[in-house]
Design a protein around this ligand. Structure first.
Ligand SMILES: [Zn+2]
Length: 335
């Protein structure tokens, strides 16, 4: 790649540091400007699970640094994700400075120790697909993280920026400046965004590669379910975008797990959103809230904690193929 193109790739990657949220990430507020966050401790929880689903409380363990075995120098401190790499488009993997500045491993902030797995409950599902869309008018970002239900490890990440199909260029530019300019990722959005129908095509290829779904068979995921924070993503936004993009709602979007419903019925405590769940569980927020990829990773950390505490994840909302406009819910107590 020509040097001029490379510099074009470097510039947009400046991102806000997690210090934007000092009050919510105590581990990041120490005097050193980019001090290493304490490793995410899955077992320390201020909440007790509901009695009928309880497991013995886990002893508090000292925080451990993230595994550094396969990481570049400087692996101890939190680093923003390379948003080109997340979309398979990073051209700077041989540049040590770039590798030191940006995280190229989605699993890095989601490490789980063997001790964390002691109180896991058996699950009906083999994989959880954590999804957190961004974009109110049209979808702008589509991140999905696969979490293995037994090891709680990250299997893979799918991330795409999505180009609206029914907006003028001027409006798109304003929209992206307002939404992503503050994170310093508007340039990477413009460099990489593709229309929703293309994203869905690539997503289906990716699902098939992981044996989670087969195009020929269509229908539901194979022993897997989407996990979202609220019902909005799959109840409202994806069907809306499918209409705008003139594609049929894919069968795998017909059911999902609303993590907030499981949270309410497991801990018997209400959490309005991702930030309140993280606050109540004493999990520090990493990255930029409302950057879809960072939110997805943070929601995955809440999911990991709930599983470590003994929660069972089952589908909480579904549409029947016969009446797809109607959504049915598993829990009576919902948020
Ligand atoms: Zn990169």
């Amino acid at each position: 790649m020509a040097a001029s193109s490379l510099s074009r790739v470097v510039l947009p990657l400046s991102r806000v540091s997690p210090r934007r949220f000092p009050s919510l990430s105590p581990s990041l507020s120490s005097s050193s400007s980019l001090a290493a966050p304490r490793a995410f401790s899955l077992s320390a929880s201020s909440l007790s699970p509901a009695p009928h689903m309880s497991s013995p409380p886990q002893p508090a363990r000292p925080d451990q640094p993230p595994s550094t075995g396969t990481h570049a120098p400087g692996a101890g401190r939190w680093r923003p994700m390379c948003l080109y790499h997340a979309q398979g488009k990073c051209t700077m993997m041989d540049d040590p400075l770039h590798l030191e500045k940006f995280n190229h491993n989605a699993a890095r902030d989601l490490q789980v120790s063997a001790a964390d797995l002691e109180h896991l409950c058996p699950q009906d599902l083999d994989h959880f697909l954590v999804l957190d869309l961004e974009g109110k008018v049209e979808i702008l970002e589509f991140p999905v993280l696969i979490i293995d239900a037994k090891s709680l490890s990250v299997v893979d990440l799918f991330h795409r920026f999505v180009r609206p199909s029914q907006m003028s260029e001027t409006r798109v530019n304003e929209y992206i400046e307002g939404k992503y300019g503050k994170f310093g990722v508007d340039r990477v959005w413009h460099d990489t965004a593709t229309p929703f129908e293309e994203v869905i095509g690539e997503f289906e290829t990716w699902l098939a590669q992981h044996h989670l779904w087969a195009k020929e068979q269509g229908g539901k995921l194979n022993r897997a379910a989407f996990v979202t924070c609220g019902n909005w993503d799959l109840k409202t936004k994806v069907p809306q975008q499918c209409k705008v993009s003139r594609i049929k709602l894919p069968g795998y979007f017909m059911e999902w797990i609303n993590l907030k419903d499981v949270y309410l019925n497991f801990y018997h405590r209400e959490a309005r959103g991702m930030m309140s769940m993280m606050r109540q569980l004493d999990i520090s927020v990493l990255g930029s809230h409302h950057l879809g990829l960072d939110d997805t990773k943070n929601i995955a950390r809440v999911l990991q904690r709930m599983l470590v505490n003994g929660a069972v994840m089952r589908v909480t909302a579904w549409r029947s193929p016969k009446s797809p406009d109607r959504v049915q819910f598993a829990y009576q107590n919902r948020i």
